[in-house]
Design a protein around this ligand. Structure first.
Ligand code: HEM
Length: 250
């Protein structure tokens, strides 16, 4: 069965994507402003999110829908553990905590896993395709803004088994093919798209909670200057056609 789910997801979430890019946090990022404290809190919360997501994907690794979109090479948990050891030190586990929005996000992943596991597809899509897309340009911004030593601090965006731009592009093609091959009917496809939009919202809520920290670090005036103008959305264009934004972002 082909539902063209890959294009439907892209189309059906493009407004959510544009809103994610237009959060104050991301606007600051795109201007090269990455403050260490809010950034490491984001990494900590994404660690909790990915831990839940990857545990649930593993739990459903023989499920007729979830199994087809489960690619362990995407797993982020181990890389995030390394990032946390870098940003917080070896006792990072005692130092990190969930933001309110982080807790809601984790609970939602566990809830859909328990009630309608096929919706895990939406959560996997939003995070992993994001990490493989805009995440790759964010990685360069983070490395230069925080002046990171080689091999430290951006494990979230490192895919050891996809070591080049071409390998990432090819894998994204494979991921879209897998989405298109899922045995889901139109009604379930619609639910997955709705859940993906909610996953974007959950991501926005996490970064919103960190904005006060960014503002405190850079001051109200600079914060307002940077965040008052909206940006065009990267997924409003056709897949792969991201030349303009990526150049602008680098
Ligand atoms: C400033 C921040 C961001 C930038 C610059 C950005 C940029 C991009 C670009 C250029 C693409 C298109 C890639 C392609 O066509 O191959 C893309 C795709 C995507 N991004 Fe983002 N992104 C950002 C934030 C986010 C966030 C916060 C999320 C979700 C948490 C996200 C999730 C996605 C997803 C799921 C796709 C795949 C769309 C598809 O082709 O189906 N992005 N992003």
């Amino acid at each position: 069965m082909s539902t063209d789910l890959a294009s439907k997801l892209r189309e059906g979430t493009k407004h959510s994507h544009t809103m994610a890019e237009n959060t104050a946090f991301m606007k600051c990022f795109l201007k090269g402003i990455v403050e260490r404290e809010p950034f490491r809190k984001l990494i900590a919360n994404l660690y909790l999110v990915y831990s839940a997501l990857e545990e649930q994907l593993q739990r459903y690794s023989t499920h007729p829908v979830v199994s087809l979109i489960y690619f362990p090479i995407l797993n982020r948990k181990a890389n995030l553990e390394k990032d946390l050891a870098y940003y917080y030190g070896e006792n990072w586990r005692e130092q990190i905590s969930a933001l309110e929005a982080g807790k809601v996000y984790v609970e939602r992943i566990n809830e859909v896993a328990n009630t309608e596991p096929a919706l895990l597809v939406a959560h996997a899509y939003v995070r992993y395709m994001g990490d493989l897309s805009g995440g790759q340009s964010l990685k360069k911004i983070i490395r230069s803004a925080l002046d990171l030593p080689e091999n430290e601090g951006t494990g979230l965006h490192e895919f050891e088994q996809l070591p080049s731009v071409e390998a990432i592009r090819a894998f994204k093609g494979k991921y879209r093919d897998a989405l298109n091959a899922l045995p889901v009917d139109d009604a379930l496809a619609e639910k997955i798209i709705a859940e993906a939009n909610y996953a974007f919202e959950l991501n926005r809520n996490v970064v919103h909670e960190l904005e006060a920290d960014v503002k405190a670090a850079i001051g109200d005036h600079v914060f307002d200057l940077i965040t008052r103008q909206d940006l065009p959305g990267s997924t409003e264009r056709s897949p792969g056609n991201n030349a303009i934004r990526l150049v602008a972002a680098e």
